[in-house]
Each structure stands twice: as C-alpha cells, then as structure tokens.
Design a protein around this ligand. Sequence first.
Ligand code: ATP
Ligand code: MG
Ligand code: ZN
Length: 260
Amino acid sequence: MLFPMARKNCPECGGTGWLVEAAKGGGRVAVPCSCTEIGREARARERARIPARYENRDFENFDVDPYDHQEPDAASWSKSLKEARLVVESFAREYPAGSDHGLLLMGPCGVGKTHLAVAALKVLAARGHEGVFYDYRDLLKQIQASYNPESQTTEMEVLEPVLKAEVLLLDDLGSSKPSAWALETVGHILNARYNDNRVTIITTNYLDAPRSGDSGRQMVREDILADRIGQRIRSRLYEICRTVIIHAADYRERVMKAWR
Ligand SMILES: Nc1ncnc2c1ncn2[C@@H]1O[C@H](COP(=O)(O)OP(=O)(O)OP(=O)(O)O)[C@@H](O)[C@H]1O
Ligand SMILES: [Mg+2]
Ligand SMILES: [Zn+2]
C-alpha cells in the first residue's frame, strides 16, 4: 500500500510513506513515515507523551450533557461542562495568537479536566506545535530519582523538556505531598516557563475556597489549592493562567459505572 500523501523523494521512506522499525515485542513493523499526515500525527502524539488512556480523548467526544436528567443538578453541571469546553477549545484554536499564557482547570475528580486538557494538547500537536504531557507526581518522582548517585539521568536532563516544551500540560498539580523541595521545583518550572513566554496548561483537584452550594462535602484545608502549592505559586498562577472551574459530578462514577 502506498500513501498518496507521502512526500516524493522523501529521504526517510523513499516516497513509499512507510518505514520499517523494530517492534516493541521483537521483530519488525511498518509504520507510517513522518512525511505522511498519519505519520506526522502519530509522531506528534508520541512526542506529546499522552497516556494511552487519554489517547482518543478530544473535544468531539467530550459529552456536555452526560448526566441523568432526573438528577436535580444535571442542568447546572451541563452548563459548567459546556463553558469549560468552550474556553479550552477556543484557547486551543486561538493559540498562539490568544492572550492567555495558560489554563488552570480546577474541579473535583472525574469531571473531565484531563480529558479537556489532552484534547487541547492534541489540537495543538496536530497543528505542529510541540506539547508535552507530564503528570505532576511522576515528574517530581523523576526529578527526585535523578538525585540518586546511581541514576543515569541528571536533574537538568529531566527538567529540560519540561522547561523548554512549547506547551506543557501539567496534570494533577498539587497531588503529591507539598514538601518545601517540591514547591521550590514547581515554582521554578512555572516561573521559568512564564518568563520565556511558554504556555502551561494545568489541571488540579484543588479549589480556592469551599463552594457555598457544596453542603454535603465539608471542605478541609488540605483541599485548598494554596495550601497544596503554597500561596506564592497560587498567586503566580492568577497572573499566568486563565482559570476554568468545572462544577460537575464525577463522570467515572455517574456515567462510566453504568456501562459496566
Ligand atoms: N463530559 C465527558 N464526556 C466524555 N467523557 C468524559 C467526560 N468527563 C469525563 N470523561 C471521561 O471520564 C474519565 C475521567 O475524566 P478525567 O480523567 O478527564 O477527569 P479529571 O477531572 O481529570 O479527574 P481527576 O481529578 O481524577 O484527575 C476519562 O476517561 C474521561 O475521558
Ligand atoms: Mg485528571
Ligand atoms: Zn517519508
């Protein structure tokens, strides 16, 4: 099979559109060359480090009316999902011309924060921008592991792609225990990226204050973002990011559970 869109005389594939690579499980496989559209998109996604679970999450399959209409809050949750999708999608569409330096997606678990953030990253990657996904906890662990004298990588090698990526998606900010060291590191990353005019998309489970309507769930101090990442970084984020708060119910609990 030939790829009609493959580049004639491509030095990589000779114009066939296919490359033969070593397969993960051994043997060899044919993969689309990056001179084809499919190959370009696949490479971009690989480079973006998007977790397999989120690979096919996009704006089109983000349902803004997923809840049972018997639920008294369904309409208000749906409104919140619609607004969130609109803001994130516009951000991705306008990038890099838009005025926002980043997005801060806040909300309880399972409301689709990572889904929307990944959808944005994929749109940007498809347009040729370089975006990378990092889980906050994994990143801190990777940095910490680099301090081990036996480690093959240095802290700078871990940090370099995080600092230099055109667009960074930092998922689940505040999810690990806030040690002084962790705060220092995150502060450094966000500041450096901001100073270099690079965009950061952040998701977090933490909010700024208890919601008046959330009577059922007492908000404890540990649930407040500034207490997880420190007042200084929180304050910085106001300047860097456009905040998007999602008030909705857990999609995993309300919708996915019903499929099983
Ligand atoms: N409105 C939606 N339409 C379709 N799928 C959704 C929607 N909301 C969430 N999902 C799916 O539900 C799962 C949980 O969503 P996601 O991981 O984005 O939540 P989250 O807000 O990031 O949660 P957490 O705070 O636990 O990280 C994902 O598989 C996601 O694709
Ligand atoms: Mg998430
Ligand atoms: Zn090629």
